[in-house]
Design a protein around this ligand. Structure first.
Ligand SMILES: Nc1ncnc2c1ncn2[C@@H]1O[C@H](COP(=O)(O)OP(=O)(O)O)[C@@H](O)[C@H]1O
Ligand SMILES: [Mg+2]
Length: 380
C-alpha cells in the first residue's frame, strides 16, 4: 500500500457520472466508488465512506442533494471533498451564483431576489423593463428553458403566477453580443468558446440554436473567469461570461458541474493526481489557447479523444531549426495552482439555505439526470 491518500468517486443513482477511474491514469491504488441512493441514505452513505477509509471524495453534487451533502460533509470532517461543498455552492442555484458574485465584487447583471411576493410585485411596479426572470433552483440543464424575458410588470406577474418560481429572481436584461464559456483547472483556463445567439434570438444556449466558436477569446474574459475560480477555490470550474453589446462583461453562471469532453475530464484527473499526490506524479502541462487548435477538430473526434498529453520539456519539443515555440511553453500569467483544503465553512446552511426545504426533496433527481444544476451538462 502506498502512502497516497485513498480516493473515492462520489456517484449518485440516476445521475450522469462526470468522472470515471480511467480519468485518473497512473494512480497506483484502487479508486473506490461510493454511490448515494437518495431518500434517507445519508447514514448508510457515511458508514460506507468510513468503512472504505476514504480520504478524498471526488465528484459533483446535484442541486437536489446539495443540502444533504453539506450535512454529510460535516459528519465526515476527516474527508476532503473535491470540490468542497463551499466550492459547489454556486452549483445549487442561480441565487447562490448571485450571492457568490456579490460577496467577491464580481460583475453580474443587476439582480433582485425576493422571498416575499408582495415585495417582489411592489418592485415590479416601480422598476424598468425588459427584465429577465429565472427559476433559481431545481432540475436544470434545459438550456434557457427556465429563463424568460418580460416587457411589463403585468407580464412578469402573470409569469410568476403561472410558473410558481420561488424565490422571485429578477435580472436586468443585458443586450448581449455573445457569452463565453471558460473552463478552468487549478485556476488556469483550459478551454473557452463563444456562444452567440441565433439570428434574431437572445438565448445563447447551443440547444436553442446558438453558435459556438473558439477564436480570439479576450484576455479580460479569461481574467474574470480566473477571479471567479479563485473566489470559489475551485479545483475545476466553468464560468459563462456575458459580453454585452456595449463591451461590458458580467457573470451569468458558474459551477463545478459542466459539459466537458472526455479529454478535459482526463486533464482534471491528471491535475488531481498531481495535486493529491503532493507532486509525486507529473504536473500536467496544458497550453493556453489549446482550444483554438483543438476546436478545429469535429466534435465527433473531440468526443472520442482521450488522454491528450503535451510535453513542456524543450529538448523534446525543439524543431530541427532549434526553434522552441516559447509562447506555447509558458504559463502566460495563468499558472496551474495548488488548491488546499478548507478548514472552515464559508457558506453554512444555517445562513444560506433559504429555500423552504419542501422544494428541496432529497428523493430522486427527477428530471435532473445531468448531475449538475447551474451549467448545462449537454455537450456544447
Ligand atoms: N440578464 C440577462 N440578459 C440577457 N440575456 C440573458 C440574461 N440572463 C440569461 N440570458 C440568456 O439566457 C441564457 C440562459 O440563461 P442562464 O442564466 O445561463 O440559464 P440556463 O442556462 O440555466 O437556462 C443565457 O445563456 C443568455 O443567453
Ligand atoms: Mg446557461
Amino acid at each position: 500500500m502506498s502512502d497516497l491518500p485513498r480516493l473515492g468517486l462520489l456517484y449518485l443513482d440516476h445521475v450522469l457520472q462526470f468522472f470515471a477511474p480511467s480519468n485518473f491514469k497512473g494512480w497506483p491504488d484502487k479508486i473506490e466508488i461510493v454511490t448515494y441512493h437518495w431518500g434517507n441514505d445519508k447514514e448508510r452513505f457515511i458508514k460506507e465512506v468510513r468503512r472504505k477509509k476514504i480520504d478524498v471524495l471526488i465528484g459533483n453534487i446535484p442541486a437536489t442533494a446539495y443540502e444533504t451533502f453539506r450535512g454529510i460533509a460535516r459528519e465526515l470532517p476527516e474527508v476532503r471533498f473535491v470540490p468542497s461543498l463551499d466550492t459547489q455552492f454556486p452549483n445549487k442555484s442561480k441565487e447562490n451564483v448571485t450571492r457568490l458574485c456579490e460577496k467577491y465584487d464580481i460583475p453580474i447583471p443587476p439582480t433582485q431576489i425576493f422571498y416575499d411576493k408582495n415585495e417582489a410585485y411592489r418592485y415590479l411596479d416601480r422598476t424598468t423593463f425588459p427584465k429577465i426572470i429565472k427559476k433559481s433552483y431545481g432540475p436544470s440543464n434545459y438550456g434557457g428553458y427556465f429563463v424568460h424575458k418580460v416587457d411589463t410588470a403585468a407580464e412578469a406577474k402573470a409569469l410568476f403566477d403561472a410558473k410558481g418560481y420561488f424565490p422571485y429572481y429578477l435580472q436586468d436584461f443585458v443586450p448581449m453580443a455573445a457569452d463565453i464559456r471558460v473552463m478552468l483547472i487549478g485556476h488556469r483556463p483550459v478551454c473557452a468558446f463563444w456562444r452567440r445567439p441565433a439570428d434574431g434570438g437572445w438565448l445563447t444556449n447551443t440547444s436553442q440554436g446558438g453558435n459556438m466558436d473558439y477564436a480570439d477569446v479576450p484576455q479580460e474574459v479569461l481574467d474574470l473567469s480566473v477571479r471567479v475560480s479563485k473566489a470559489t477555490k475551485a479545483e475545476y470550474f466553468a464560468c459563462d461570461v456575458a459580453v454585452g453589446k456595449d463591451g461590458s462583461l458580467s457573470i451569468l453562471e458558474c459551477a463545478t458541474a459542466f459539459a466537458a469532453f472526455p479529454y478535459i475530464r482526463d486533464w482534471i484527473g491528471q491535475y488531481l493526481v498531481w495535486l493529491l499526490s503532493e507532486g509525486k506524479f507529473r504536473k500536467p502541462w496544458i497550453p493556453l489557447y489549446n482550444w483554438e487548435e483543438l476546436g478545429k477538430l469535429s466534435s465527433r473526434v473531440l468526443r472520442r479523444m482521450r488522454h491528450i498529453h503535451f510535453d513542456q520539456d524543450p529538448s523534446l519539443c525543439a524543431s530541427e531549426t532549434g526553434e522552441m515555440y516559447q509562447d506555447f511553453d509558458e504559463e502566460q500569467g495563468y499558472p496551474l495552482e495548488v488548491i488546499t483544503p478548507r478548514d472552515s465553512e464559508e457558506w453554512p446552511s444555517e445562513q444560506w439555505q433559504r429555500t423552504p426545504l419542501k422544494s428541496e426533496p432529497d428523493s430522486s433527481p427527477e428530471n435532473d439526470t445531468s448531475g449538475n444544476h447551474a451549467v448545462s451538462r449537454t455537450q456544447p
